[in-house]
Design a protein around this ligand. Structure first.
Ligand SMILES: Nc1nc2c(c(=O)[nH]1)N[C@H]1C(S)=C(S)[C@@H](COP(=O)(O)O)O[C@H]1N2
Ligand SMILES: [Mo]
Length: 425
C-alpha cells in the first residue's frame, strides 16, 4: 500500500516483490504493462466507432459456439492408425486455456475402442454381485435421485509419457501434458446406489464395466465406492458429452482416469480384484528390479506452466505472467513454487482454486524478462506434504519402459530470442 495502489493487484500479478521489480525495471511502457500509449490524431482515430458498431449483429444461436477467431483444438493421436482409429487419446490444449475449468468441447478424450452412440432410453445400469437386492436403473430413474455437484480433475495415467522419449519433443504443452481436465461433475453418489442394493458382508471390491466395444473394466476397492465416487450424469452443467461417457459414467476423484469407467453399464460387488485385461496387461508400473506395481490408483502431485510454454515465443522484454495448473490425487494443492533459473532459486506463486480437494488449482506469478536465457519450472506441494519430484529422480525410480504416472517437474527453456522449448532438466 506504500505506493498508494490497491494491494489486490498483487493477487493479479503476483508477489509484491515481483511487481515492484517490474515497476522499477524501466522496461515498462509508459502508463501500463503492455498497452500502447496514445496522443493527438492517433487518439482521435482510436476513439472512432468500430465497423461492428455500424450494423446490427447476428441473432443468438440455439446452441452457442466460440468466436470464429478462436482456433485452439484438441490434439488427437492414433497409435494404431486405421487398424483401430477409435483407440487413443486426444489431448486438451491446456496452453490455450486459463482459470481452472476445462470447457466441455476441449475436455481430453481417451478411448480404447471408439465412442459408442448410446440411446439413453435403451441404456441400463446394473448393480449386482454380493448384494441383497440386484438393481437395474434406467437413465431416467438415475435422474430422479438427489444430485451432488463437485469439481474434480480427471487425469489419464498415461499423461506426460511423451516426455519419456529420449529427446524432449518440441510440442505444445497440451500435446505433452494435456490428458488432464477439471470439471464440475454432477450425479448420484455411488454410495447411495450401493446402500439401496445392500452390500453383503465379506464384499471388499467392485468391478465397473463400460458399454463400449472395449468393455473397459476396472476393479476398485469398495471403500472408494462408499467415499467420494460419483455416478456422473452432467459435466459443467450439461449432460455428459458422448466422448465423456454419455449417458452415465463413473467418476473416481483423484484416481487414474482409467478407473472412471465411461458408458457405465454395471457395477458388480465382489470379494477381490477381478484382474481384468485393463489392469493386468496395462496400467501397471515396471520397477528397476523387474517387479511391477499394480493398482496405483492415486494420481501424484503435479504442476505444469501453461504460459509461457513450449513452441510459444515471448512477445518482448518486460513483464510476463507465468501461469499454470497444479493438482493432486491426495487432496488440495498447498503450494506451487516457480523458478526462472532452472531450480537455483524459487518463489511462491499465487493460487486460485486451491480450496477444492482433487481439483485443478491455477497458479500465477509475475516475471520480468530482460532477454536472458532462462529455464522455467514449477514445483507443487499438496496438503499431505507430498512434493512433485524432479524428472531425474522420478525416472530413476522405474524401469525404462515405464509409461504411467509421470508427475515429474516440467522445464521450459527460454532463449535469448524469446522462443520457448521443451527441455529435460
Ligand atoms: N468404457 C470406457 N471407459 C473409459 C475408457 C474407455 O476407453 N472405455 N477410457 C478410460 C481412460 S484410460 C481414461 S484416462 C478416462 C478418460 O476420460 P475422458 O475421455 O472423459 O477424458 O476414461 C476412462 N474410462
Ligand atoms: Mo487413461
Amino acid at each position: 500500500m506504500d505506493d498508494g495502489r490497491d494491494s489486490s493487484i498483487d493477487e493479479q500479478i503476483g508477489p509484491v516483490s515481483a511487481r515492484r521489480a517490474f515497476l522499477r525495471s524501466g522496461t515498462a511502457l509508459a502508463g501500463g504493462l503492455a498497452g500502447a500509449s496514445l496522443t493527438g490524431s492517433a487518439l482521435a482515430q482510436s476513439d472512432a466507432a468500430a465497423p461492428w458498431q455500424l450494423k446490427p449483429g447476428a441473432p443468438a444461436a440455439p446452441y452457442g459456439t466460440r468466436s470464429r477467431f478462436e482456433q485452439a483444438v484438441r490434439y488427437p493421436v492414433k497409435p494404431f492408425g486405421d487398424i483401430a482409429p477409435g483407440s487413443g487419446p486426444a489431448f486438451t490444449p491446456i496452453e490455450a486455456l486459463e482459470g481452472t475449468i476445462t470447457p466441455n468441447d476441449l475436455h481430453f478424450v481417451r478411448i480404447h475402442n471408439g465412442v459408442p452412440d448410446i440411446d439413453p432410453k435403451q441404456h441400463r445400469l446394473l448393480i449386482h454381485g454380493m448384494v441383497d437386492r440386484p438393481l437395474v436403473f434406467t437413465v431416467d430413474a438415475l435422474l430422479r435421485y438427489p444430485m451432488t455437484s463437485r469439481t474434480y480433475f480427471l487425469e489419464c495415467a498415461g499423461n506426460s509419457n511423451r516426455n519419456l522419449a529420449a529427446q524432449p519433443p518440441q510440442l505444445p504443452a497440451g500435446a505433452l501434458h494435456g490428458l488432464i481436465s477439471c470439471t464440475e461433475w454432477t450425479g448420484v453418489p455411488l454410495r447411495m446406489l450401493l446402500e439401496e442394493a445392500g452390500v453383503k458382508s465379506g464384499a471388499s471390491w467392485l468391478l465397473a464395466e463400460g458399454a463400449d466395444a472395449a468393455s473397459l473394466s476396472r476393479s476398485l476397492p469398495i471403500e472408494k465406492g462408499f467415499d467420494d465416487t460419483l455416478v456422473a450424469l452432467y459435466q459443467n452443467g450439461e449432460r455428459l458429452r458422448p466422448e465423456q461417457g454419455y449417458p452415465v459414467r463413473l467418476l473416481v476423484p483423484g484416481w487414474l482416469g482409467n478407473t472412471s469407467v465411461k458408458w457405465l453399464r454395471r457395477v458388480k460387488v465382489v470379494d477381490g480384484p477381478t484382474q481384468t485385461k485393463d489392469e493386468t496387461s496395462k496400467y501397471t508400473e515396471p520397477l528397476p528390479d523387474g517387479k511391477a506395481l499394480q493398482f496405483t490408483f492415486e494420481m501424484g502431485v503435479k504442476s505444469v506452466i501453461t504460459r509461457p510454454s513450449s513452441t510459444m515465443k515471448l512477445a518482448g522484454q518486460g513483464f510476463h505472467e507465468i501461469s499454470g495448473i497444479a493438482w493432486s490425487g491426495a487432496g488440495r494443492i498447498a503450494r506451487v513454487e516457480v523458478s526462472a533459473d532452472g531450480g537455483k532459486t524459487w518463489r511462491d506463486a499465487v493460487l486460485t482454486g486451491q480450496d477444492r480437494p482433487r481439483a485443478v488449482a491455477r497458479f500465477r506469478t509475475g516475471w520480468d524478462w530482460r532477454g536472458q536465457e532462462a529455464v522455467l519450472q514449477s514445483r507443487a506441494t499438496d496438503e499431505k506434504g507430498k512434493v512433485q519430484p524432479a524428472r531425474q529422480a522420478w525416472v530413476a525410480a522405474y524401469a525404462p519402459d515405464i509409461r504411467f504416472h509421470n508427475n515429474s517437474m516440467v522445464s521450459w527453456a527460454v532463449g535469448a530470442d524469446g522462443s520457448v522449448k521443451n527441455v529435460y532438466a
